[in-house]
Design a protein around this ligand. Structure first.
Ligand code: SF4
Ligand code: SF4
Length: 398
């Protein structure tokens, strides 16, 4: 989300103590008054403040995308989706734990008839609420309902820069055009829009075109996701996973695009972007601050279990939507206690436990590697990220 502030003179200094509030408020404060040190502190998140909760509000969806994190995707609402009452209780529990952005996702969240009641309830509780949708159900009436519910931003997934590429991946002819239409319907009502792109072999050649598409559509942000083999994604992993060298090339290109600062750019689930960003900034003699690198200065690579968690449609809590290691269950434990005490989260929060070259890496505190890809390759989520070409200095000297 674009902040409405200028560059800031930096003359006021930050208020005493760590900046507080939603990530948007904190970003504005730091951009206005802070320096690289303050954003670095925020990025380190030593207290493991909960920053983002992804909630799979339903497993039901109208599409059957080839890379879906679910295997058991349903064309209807599922019986074991949380009820409305349970959903409200979850919102209460999240608000009691921190002040994160709550991302209502699915499945397809617009499948849930009570999704707007849930969004309104969460907004009333003080949470910043975002909606992640495939966009195909967003006609003008639906767009209005979304806006009226108080959602701050809507992310629509585009997995190709043209209809053919997107529709093949999403397994529905016409889904690209429907998603674009949905995007425009929301934008016309003033909604802050984000484009999410899952990058894999089938669309890697369109990387720049996808960025241009997001800019031309009027998005305020583009988030790229590098394919993680989980759910249906496992079946296509052999064919679709990009080699590590290609990753490196694309993430470098993403860094170049981010410098244009036309829209916000975020490399999500591409942890080594944060190593590349530092290498490139060093070469350029630039210090990383929110003024030079936007929100990327305030965040780091893998946030699973350290600032982010995922709640499944049944109430299981995972470090993220791609790492199928259960940290707790909201029907058995308090959400707050899971976030604070889960053994899985404790492990993920201890970078000393990282294995292989990630364990030796001088960038491990800003990158951490993708724990889900490590899990997929080895069964150990603390093992080294398999799709990073970097050789840490300590590994070289061994
Ligand atoms: S483990 Fe981390 S980097 Fe990998 S998919 Fe999950 S949040 Fe993203
Ligand atoms: S070796 Fe691991 S910690 Fe280091 S940059 Fe690569 S993925 Fe990140």
């Amino acid at each position: 989300m674009k902040d409405g502030h200028g560059d800031g003179s930096g003359s006021h200094g930050m208020p005493h103590g760590a900046p507080e509030g939603t990530i948007k408020e904190v970003y504005s404060q730091i951009k206005e008054h802070g320096d690289g040190k303050v954003s670095h502190q925020y990025m380190k998140n030593t207290q493991n403040q909960l920053r983002l909760v992804f909630w799979e509000t339903t497993a039901g969806c109208n599409l059957e995308c080839v890379h879906c994190r679910r295997i058991d995707v349903s064309t209807q609402l599922m019986n074991d989706d949380l009820t409305t009452k349970e959903s409200f209780e979850l919102v209460d529990a999240i608000a009691e734990t921190g002040n994160p952005i709550l991302v209502l996702s699915g499945g397809e969240p617009l499948f849930r008839p009570d999704i707007f009641d849930i969004a309104k309830y969460a907004v009333a509780k003080g949470l910043t609420v975002a909606l992640a949708t495939n966009g195909t159900l967003v006609d003008e009436a639906m767009a209005k309902k979304i806006v009226d519910s108080g959602v701050s931003r809507v992310a629509i997934s585009l997995d190709g820069a043209d209809a053919d590429t997107h529709d093949k991946f999403r397994k529905l002819k016409g889904s690209f055009d429907m998603a674009i239409k949905g995007f425009k319907n929301l934008l016309a009502l003033g909604m802050g829009m984000q484009v999410n792109c899952t990058i894999a072999k089938h669309n890697a050649h369109q990387f720049r075109d996808l960025y241009n598409l997001a800019v031309n559509l009027g998005a305020e942000a583009i988030h790229i996701f590098m394919l993680v083999p989980v759910g249906c994604g496992v079946e296509i992993a052999e064919d679709q996973m990009l080699p590590a060298e290609k990753y490196e090339e694309l993430l470098n290109l993403f860094y170049d695009l981010s410098k244009e600062a036309v829209i916000q750019t975020k490399a999500t689930c591409s942890p080594h972007y944060f190593r590349i960003m530092r290498e490139r900034a060093k070469e350029e003699g630039i210090k990383i601050t929110p003024k030079t690198h936007g929100m990327a200065a305030m965040t780091k690579g893998c946030l699973a279990g350290t600032g982010v968690c995922f709640v499944s449609h049944k109430g299981e809590v995972f470090p993220c939507g791609y790492l199928p290691v259960e940290a707790g269950h909201i029907k058995k434990q308090k959400f707050k206690d899971i976030w604070k005490d889960s053994a899985v989260f404790a492990k993920l929060r201890n970078t000393d436990l990282l294995g292989g070259k990630c364990g030796l890496c001088e960038y491990k505190k800003v990158c951490e590697g993708c724990r889900a890809r490590a899990f997929y390759e080895t069964g150990d989520y603390m093992a080294e990220e398999p799709y990073c070409i970097y050789t840490p200095k300590m590994a070289k000297s061994e």
